[in-house]
Design a protein around this ligand. Structure first.
Ligand code: PLP
Length: 458
């Protein structure tokens, strides 16, 4: 399958076709891409294909993929176990806006794998799942406000885009009295006013917020680890304290498992951390890259639908999505996939740690071996504000260097590396080599810049 990556050590990746495509695309698509997060200026990547753990761009450069589509591709690109089932179903017609048996089967599997989700509904994206989970919490409690944690990303609906990931941390206000910071224009202040941001790992402020506004708080939505901010981990007891506070104040606890679900464990982060939330949202790993998501939880809460709360969608539970979920979730249930990925992740982390140690650099990992962030420091931060104080510029330079050497992590330290069942031992050895060379180049560039600045100052 995989040959030596074209953008490998020493070789400069070809970019002609992609630069031309960027010129074409940016005339008709803002930023030249369908998502702000994929718009990397002149370096925007236009992809041709993927197989297993490798991807090829339009210019034919090959990379070991460490993004895996921001997490969904848990089995590997173009996995036949999923694709064959989807293809077979597609040939029977794709869109009915009526329910197929695969939808029922997918939700039975969610129930089986989580052990606590009594009822669920499928959606197309994680954004829809968190939007509906928040609405469900409001509809069930009759209250308005939702608490979220700074640095958490719950998708692109208005209620989710508050205090997400600003580069300028001062915009977030005081830690114990955070500002509701809308990400960009277009979010009505009336919507922002219904969201209460709190610092991750800070239950003192959460408790105060409940004491002051508990009667109006419908729910707390939480990424079990800060999956969109370096994979920062909960401190000991954090989730238990959030669970106790939400119970005490009658608020719905929503675990946003869009990244962690069916990845950290079969039952997601809820199983991994031993917490039973009230609702959860799932997406990414449940469909191996096909657009499928879900929100679900306790029957008593979910039964606010169909009578008292709106939920629908022409493509909700569509044939392709439901078929992909069935095949992916069955594979995750029956095999040892998750244990294998975790083992691969630990091997990779050990290799990266050895590289850093060999250069006298501290390196700590966040997240989970299947989805981890890294930080050049003795200890990892405990919240998003802490991330801002870390040396993420060095990481970003290393990540970009890796692209030119044939491995593709996200070039932003906030996004974790994602591993799949398709990453082989050879891939891992190669990634470690690429990391070492990229780190050396970034350190040399930094030393050079320091020498120049010193020279200029003298
Ligand atoms: C934790 C979390 N929630 C929600 C979303 C939104 O999912 P989608 O991109 O499918 O809308 C994401 C996307 O990365 C996410 O990481």
């Amino acid at each position: 399958m995989a040959t030596k990556p074209a953008g490998s050590l020493g070789a400069t990746p070809r970019r002609d076709l992609q630069r031309a495509t960027f010129a074409r695309a940016s005339a008709i698509m803002p930023g030249g891409a369908d998502s702000n997060f994929r718009s990397w200026g002149e370096d925007t990547v236009y992809i041709d294909r993927g197989l297993g753990s490798h991807i090829w761009d339009l210019d034919g450069n090959e990379y070991i993929d460490l993004r895996m589509g921001y997490g969904p591709v848990i089995l590997g690109h173009a996995d036949p176990r999923v694709d064959d089932h989807v293809n077979e179903r597609m040939r029977r017609g794709v869109s009915f806006s009526l329910t197929t048996e695969d939808e029922v089967r997918a939700i039975e599997l969610i129930r089986e794998l989580t052990g606590w989700v009594d009822m669920a509904r499928l959606t197309v994206s994680g954004t829809e799942a968190t939007m509906h989970a928040m609405r469900t919490a409001r509809a069930y409690t009759g209250r308005t406000k939702i608490v979220k944690f700074e640095g958490q990303y719950h998708g692109v609906h208005d209620y989710a885009l508050i205090s997400v990931v600003p580069n300028d941390i001062s915009l977030l206000g005081d830690r114990d009295n955070p500002v509701r910071l809308a990400w960009g224009r277009g979010i009505p202040s009336a919507v922002a006013d219904t969201v209460i941001p709190v610092s991750y790992n800070d239950t003192q402020t959460l408790q105060r917020v409940f004491e002051e506004q508990g009667d109006d708080i419908a729910g707390v939505i939480i990424e079990p680890v800060l999956g969109n901010a370096q994979g920062i981990l909960p401190r000991e007891g954090f989730h238990q304290e959030v669970r106790a506070l939400t119970r005490a104040y009658g608020a719905v606890l929503i675990f946003d498992e869009v990244k962690t679900g069916f990845r950290f464990a079969r039952g997601g982060a809820a199983e991994y951390f031993g917490i039973e939330p009230d609702l959860a949202t799932y997406a990414k790993a449940m469909g191996n890259g096909y657009p499928v998501a879900a929100f679900g939880g306790r029957a008593e809460i979910m039964q606010v639908m169909p009578e008292h709360m709106s939920h629908g969608g022409t493509y909700a539970g569509n044939r392709v999505a439901a078929a992909a979920a069935v095949a992916t979730l069955e594979t995750l249930r029956d095999g040892t996939v998750l244990a294998t990925i975790a083992r691969t992740g630990r091997t990779l982390q050990a290799g990266l740690a050895e590289v850093a140690a060999g250069r006298g650099l501290p390196l700590s990992f966040t997240g989970h071996p299947t989805m981890f962030g890294m930080i050049f420091a003795e200890t990892a931060p405990s919240d998003y504000r802490g991330w801002a104080e870390t040396d993420h510029d060095l990481y970003d330079a290393v990540a970009l260097g890796m692209h030119s050497r044939g491995a593709m992590p996200e070039p932003d330290s906030r996004e974790p590396w994602f591993l799949s069942a398709a990453h082989s031992d050879a891939d891992i050895a190669r990634v470690v080599d690429v990391f070492a060379d990229s780190l050396d180049a970034a350190l040399e560039a930094r030393a050079h810049a320091g020498r120049r600045a010193g020279g200029q100052g003298a």
